[in-house]
Design a protein around this ligand. Sequence first.
Ligand code: ADP
Length: 471
Amino acid sequence: MKKLKFLHSLKFRLFLLMALAGILPNLALRAGILMSYESRAVSNRSIDVLGQAKILGNQVVTYGYMKDTSLEVINAQLEMLSTIYDGRVLIVNSSFQIVKDTYELDTGKTIISEEVVKSFQGEEITKYDSKNRYIELAIPLKKEGLEQSLGVLLVSVSTDSIMLNYGYLKDNALIIELASLVVILGFALFWSGRLVRPFGKLAKYLEEVQAGDEEALMVADYTETEAISDAFNELWGRMRAIDDSRQEFVSNVSHELKTPLTSMKVLADSLLAQGDAPVELYKEFMGDIAEEIERENKIINDLLSLVKMDKAAGTLNVSVVNINELLELILKRLRPIAEKQNIELVLESFRPVSAEVDEVKLSLALNNLVENAIKYNKPEGWVHVSLNADHKYFFVRVEDSGIGIPEEALEHIYERFFRADKSHSREIGGTGLGLAITRNAVLMHRGAIKAHSKEGEGTVFTVRIPLMYLV
Ligand code: ADP
């Protein structure tokens, strides 16, 4: 199988195509020329001989040669005809008797062949026997004005000389053909190599890119290779972007995890440096350290949720869930936080909704939205959560009267560790991962999430999820 691999190469196929395109017409041309040469030469020879034979026939009749075959004038001409055309002439009289045979073999014999009979009836006959290589002619001998034939003149001439020329032509054609075969094969070899060269170039560049060459790939020899180069560059760019974002994520994670650790170290160090610090200070600092540990814990938990969400959608644990109850539960859990800031928390259900969802993941996603609406609110503010559905989707809308999101930040809010207002978010215990988790969970359900916000006035998040989970 491996040995035949070259059969699949473009170079070999191009070579074959060009070689065949060169050789086949060549062969056809040679066969055509040789064939038409033979038929043309035979027909020329027949016309010549027929002309001569007719003249001779007339003289035979005029001189009454059939009665007296010793007539020198005619004999000389008969001799000439048979010598020039390398042939034999027979003169047959009305009783089918051969009165003259230039070969002197059959004089006096009777001949009743098809041609002779037909010719007696007035027909001129020309026949070419290609196997035995001769042309046979039969012409009636008639006196002018008379219907009846006096006899028949039979001429057979050899076509050996034609065949000799034919052979010569054939040999020459073969030599030319062999010479052109060499040229064609050389041409095909050269061009097939040349034409596939850009693909080789492409493969070489790809190897270089793989080996670490950062330059953009471009083989513009053909439109096709240019398209391949473009497509590759785009793919390569996308892969690099993914790589960059992964690196950024890792450095963000390290940074976020280090911040609480640094705070703890500072707190612990300052306690140690004081030596005999009062118990109250210890308590206070320990409280702070516990808070930082809590924070670290939250970041790690959020990261774990995010990693879980990043996995394939196949990991969704789908079941039919009553969404009204799910939202009621979320609001019940968050109500104490809202009450702390005197924020009014309202749920409005337009209809009962049951959908095929992953309860844990969707609950986490909606929880984050409502929690944000409370966290980024103003004291005495409100949060409205509403649930509606049509025949295909259900919609959850979370609206708040909070601080809003600046327009330039709106497109980044789903990025990991992004916070519109860093210090405020940290103050209220945000990790910057909540919305990234929410978006991933919504996308896993093949849903969509949108945010509208006006700084200082409030924010609206709308989530749309299909009622039926489609694999
Ligand atoms: P965080 O843990 O900081 O809340 P999120 O991913 O949940 O992280 O949100 C990202 C940022 O988007 C938040 O830091 C905040 O600045 C902004 N944000 C999210 N929800 C709201 C909201 N309802 N109102 C105002 N800002 C919001």
